[in-house]
Design a protein around this ligand. Structure first.
Ligand code: RIB
Ligand code: NA
Length: 295
């Protein structure tokens, strides 16, 4: 069983389904509303746990009801929660789902209050993998990557939402999972190939470029590849990238080859699109393997 530490955000997602995006100044009626546990950190922790890993999650929530709900959900998923409470409100994401796409506004709240000194670096000792995203302060991501690497973890970064990050932090990153826009903004290169080469030159071992319904490309050592995604009817793509990261990281930590890990990521991402909400839509290991077998 892989042991994985996830450091990142926890948000309560406010989900509204609409026919289309409202225009500026327009009020649109007829939408439906639901809430679900989310946040890229929490989503990836749930994705790893449902893929069969033993997971510890480090993060911060407020002293409010949303914070309680997010903590309860992690515990129900069998995740060890090293989650601190802040005097700032719990992170909230306002998500509009329309047709097969979405638009998200995040109020980070307590996630913004997760500082480097809040990290319990001892948790990385003995863990196989450590996963980070960028919905928490960048200094915390940088300190976490360094601490995890020094303690022998395989490190994973999903640089989303994209923000400037130091080159040293990138060189402490073994695997990066990102999309085209993130790759362009992170490396300043227009061509994906050039961007990927830049990351590899910095010491990143494996780069995975996710392409939504088109699957994913990867670069690892001398190997390059592209893999398509199964055809599906998207219900809600929220959390698909997180499902990808979770399944991919668990496979790598279990010693699977890059191709298999990417395939698991694509399968998990597709499965997450079949259900509304982020954390509730993370697939279980059996589902991911069944889907891989038919890919
Ligand atoms: O990646 C999806 C997540 O992004 C949502 O759960 C939302 O909370 C935002 O952080
Ligand atoms: Na979903």
């Amino acid at each position: 069983m892989a042991r994985i530490v996830v450091v990142g955000s926890l948000n309560m997602d406010m989900i509204m389904r609409a026919e289309r995006m409202p225009m500026k100044g327009e009020t649109l009626t007829g939408g439906t509303f639901s809430t679900a546990e989310g946040g890229k950190g929490g989503n990836q922790a749930v994705a790893c746990s449902r893929m069969g890993a033993k997971v510890t999650m480090m993060g911060k929530v407020g002293q409010d009801q949303f914070g309680d709900l997010l903590l309860d959900s992690l515990l129900r998923e069998g995740i060890e929660a090293r989650v601190l409470r802040s005097s700032i409100h719990t992170g909230v994401a306002q998500i509009t789902v329309f047709q097969d796409d979405n638009a998200i506004i995040v109020a980070p709240g307590a996630n913004r209050d997760l500082h480097p000194e809040d990290l319990d670096l001892g948790c990385f000792t003995g863990a196989d993998g450590a996963i980070f995203q960028m919905e928490i302060p960048i200094e915390t991501v940088e300190a976490g990557l360094k601490g995890a690497k020094e303690r022998g973890c395989t490190t994973f970064l999903n640089p989303s939402p994209i923000r400037p990050i130091g080159e040293e932090a990138l060189s402490n990153c073994d695997y990066m999972v990102l999309n085209h826009v993130e790759l362009r903004q992170l490396t300043g290169e227009d061509q994906p190939d050039a961007g990927i080469r830049k990351l590899l030159a910095l010491g990143v071992r494996g780069v995975v470029l996710t392409m939504g319904s088109k699957g994913a490309s990867f670069a690892y050592q001398e190997r390059l590849g592209t893999m398509g995604a199964p055809k599906i009817n998207v219900v809600d793509s929220t959390g698909a990238g997180d499902a990808f990261m979770g399944a991919f990281a668990v496979m790598i930590c279990e010693g699977s080859p890059m191709e298999e890990a990417v395939k698991a990521g694509i399968a998990a991402g597709s499965l997450a699109c079949l259900r509304e909400g982020a954390q509730p839509s993370m697939p279980y290991r059996e589902q991911v393997f069944r889907s891989m077998a038919s890919m």
